[in-house]
Design a protein around this ligand. Structure first.
Ligand code: ADP
Ligand code: MG
Length: 688
């Protein structure tokens, strides 16, 4: 006796729609031996497709027992059902059900994606399965079509492709639901001949048909009426016919499935191929859907880039001495509130009191007098200007300006000590002292060596220009920096200056806080006056702190908007994937009939959403790098103190952007993917 391919005992199936149950199969008893060629006939709506779905394990019986090759189906899990469909059952549908985005060859190889055993064999170039696919194409006369897309094929050609796909993995059973229903008679004949050939080779073939010619070629005709078997007619003695058949394809002939990593990789490659093509097939939709996520991720990257720019800038700005400096002054205005009369302060004596103060705080910072002459008339031999002279205490104070000379040299130590009549010009004074068309300007050293006279309260001072400063940054106070003329303190004191200092600059040592040191000094000075005098301080760095806080607020706002965009973009992706799944219900049914497990369907949908998000992420990274570096370029062009351009890579933002994009793909794709994975295969195949 031959094996039983199917054994149905009192199998019933009821559809449940809108609370109404409809019994499509009623207590069907049926035995089909392996190697039989059975036609199932009956009027429309009699339950033929329902029976085929049950035989093909696409639907579980509502009642009764079904076993396939002796295996009791009730006990099998979803995955085991899928694997059995993959290995043992080939489906052929009336409407061909080819995947329109895949070529003929790729369609035929589709079942291999869900089969652990076939991963290695289905390598497109060298694999055994690829070879088998080509062999099938050749055998059925459609080899020349292998790289075509389904919509370039005629109905008969499509059905031949579908049959090749059904037999790729040498299933023992072929189930065909009206395979010739949509074909002209010539094509129908070809299809029937193919099925007969496959039957000759040992397959069990079950065909649903309305066509008496088709039914006439089968060896057994089962007719169904109202969900019951009305007639079961065998045309030839069963034992004699089927025992003689060669049994080539039994499951023991299949290699053991153990290379699950390779299978996973193969499936992933398939998923990526499908996802790429379906995204490409809906370019505009994919583009628009990805846009939200793109903007979200872009803002993440820009925030990080902005942070890097701010950090770079502040590191540069904060650690320039001119920003770290604090300025201490006598606060006459506030003093006025303390008494009837404003207290006046003559200052600290330059030779005695001041050095004591400087000495006292020498462990924490450097205190220098902040000396300015009154406004005076300064003349060269070809022009003049009204400006002030600024006292410089020592060579270091020049260096702390962080500004190079455009010509000439700095004041030397001995000139400082001696109070030599030498001057370094602020960059803007040159144009006022010397005409633009002055012949002498051709000389690169000009105006070094030229002489100036300074008229201050009837004291005439003659100075020699020894250097010219480059333009200084005036962003943080110190507005006159480019309009004044720098001379050694002693020069100023000896010729026109006071012998008392009332303003001081304080440069805190590394690691000392400017504000703290300034308040220590002001309280010391106030204490020394017996509390009668009040001193104030101004610290350029305070402005920077405020600017930094402001930038943080901007970062937070951009971050918040970015997060919103991410969320909205993600919801958009979820929405699109739901639509995609709905559009592809039939295709999902097909994949399940080919043996896709729920896991495969899940990965197939997730791959698409991850791929879309990943592309959006990559685009955002490219755009983010561009935006960040344009920002950086802008800063270097428009902020004089930060004129060295720095490449902004913001690696954290880039990595985060990529992770977030993949995460969004997984997160927002999960719902549609889960929904697709749970779809009922029989229902899917019925949907249009
Ligand atoms: P056939 O293939 O013989 O034309 P089917 O097996 O497709 O018949 O359907 C059998 C019966 O079940 C039909 O009367 C049909 O209306 C009913 N039916 C099929 N699918 C559903 C469904 N999803 N919900 C309710 N009834 C259904
Ligand atoms: Mg039908």
């Amino acid at each position: 006796m031959t094996e039983l391919a199917f054994h149905l005992e009192r199998v019933s199936f009821a559809y449940n729609s809108g609370g109404v149950t409809f019994a499509a199969l009623n207590s069907v008893d049926l035995k089909i031996r392996h190697g039989e060629f059975v036609a199932v006939t009956g009027p429309s709506g009699s339950g033929k497709s329902t029976l085929l779905n049950i035989l093909g394990l696409l639907a579980r019986p509502s009642a009764g027992a079904l076993s396939v090759f002796g295996k009791i189906i009730v006990n099998l899990s979803e995955d085991e059902l899928a694997d059995t469909r993959n290995r043992d059952i080939g489906f052929i549908f009336q409407n061909f059900s080819l995947v329109s985005r895949l070529t003929v060859l790729e369609n035929i190889l589709l079942p291999s994606a869900f089969s652990a055993v076939s991963a290695a064999e289905s390598e497109p170039v060298s694999g055994l399965l690829a070879e088998r696919a080509e062999e099938l194409l050749r055998r059925f006369g459609i080899h020349q079509l292998k790289d075509r897309l389904p919509n370039e094929l005629s109905g008969g050609q499509k059905q031949r492709v579908a049959i090749c796909r059904a037999v790729l993995l040498r299933p023992r059973i072929l189930l065909a639901d009206e395979p010739t229903g949509a074909l002209d008679s010539a094509s129908a004949l070809q299809v029937m001949q193919m099925l007969e050939e496959l039957h000759q080779e040992g397959s069990t073939v079950i065909i649903i048909t309305h066509d008496p010619d088709v039914a006439g070629r089968a060896h057994r005709v089962v007719s169904i009426f109202d969900g019951c078997i009305k007639e079961d007619h065998r045309k030839m003695p069963e034992a004699a016919r089927y025992d003689a058949l060669p049994k080539t394809n039994t499951s023991s002939a299949k290699p053991a499935a153990n290379d699950s990593a390779a299978a996973l990789l193969h499936m992933l490659r398939q998923s990526i191929k499908l996802a790429k093509r379906s995204l490409a097939a809906h370019r505009i939709r994919s583009f628009l859907t990805g846009l939200g996520l793109f903007i979200g991720i872009l803002s993440l990257i820009v925030i990080d880039g902005l942070g890097e720019i701010v950090e770079n800038s502040f590191n540069k700005l904060f650690y320039t001495s001119s920003v770290r400096k604090a300025y201490i002054y006598y606060d006459a205005d506030r003093a006025g509130f303390h008494g009837r009369q404003r207290a006046s302060w003559r200052g600290l004596h330059a030779g005695t009191e001041f050095p004591r103060l400087a000495q006292m705080f020498s462990g924490k910072g450097k205190i220098r007098p902040f000396l300015r002459s009154g406004t005076c008339q300064i003349k060269s031999n070809s022009g003049s200007l009204r400006s002030r002279l600024a006292g410089v205490s020592d060579p270091d104070e020049f260096l702390e300006m962080d500004t190079p000379l455009t010509s000439g040299r700095w004041v030397t130590g001995s000139e400082f000590a001696a109070g030599s009549p030498v001057a370094v010009l602020g960059s803007d004074t040159v144009n006022q002292l010397f005409r633009a068309n002055d012949e002498r300007r051709r000389n690169p050293d000009f105006p070094v060596g030229e002489r100036l006279t300074v008229d201050n309260c009837n004291t005439l001072v003659a100075l020699t220009i020894i250097g010219v400063l480059d333009k200084r940054d005036t962003s943080f106070g110190n507005r006159e920096a480019n309009d004044i003329i720098y001379v050694p303190n002693n020069t100023l004191l000896a010729r026109m200056g006071p012998t008392f200092y009332t303003w001081f600059s304080v440069l805190p040592d590394e690691g000392v806080d400017s504000r703290k040191l300034a308040s220590e000094i002001t309280s010391f000075l106030s204490l020394q006056s017996g509390g009668k005098l009040t001193f104030g301080s101004s610290i350029p760095a305070d402005i920077l702190q405020r600017v930094r806080g402001f930038l943080w607020i901007i970062q937070a706002i951009v971050g918040f908007i970015g997060a919103l965009c991410l969320f909205v973009g993600g919801v958009g992706i979820m929405n699109m994937m739901l639509v995609t799944v709905a559009e592809r219900t039939r295709e999902i049914g097909l994949l399940k009939s080919l043996g896709a497990r729920p896991f495969h369907i899940r990965s197939y949908v997730l791959t698409e959403s991850v791929l879309l998000c990943f592309w959006a992420g990559c685009a955002a990274i490219a755009a983010g790098l561009a935006v960040n570096n344009l920002f950086s370029l802008g800063v270097s062009l428009f902020v004089p103190m930060l004129k060295d351009f720095r490449w902004i890579t913001a690696p954290a933002g880039l990595t985060l952007g990529l992770l977030v994009s993949v995460g969004c793909g997984l997160g927002f794709g999960a719902l549609p993917a889960g929904r697709a994975a749970r779809l009922d295969p029989a229902e899917c195949l019925r949907s249009e």
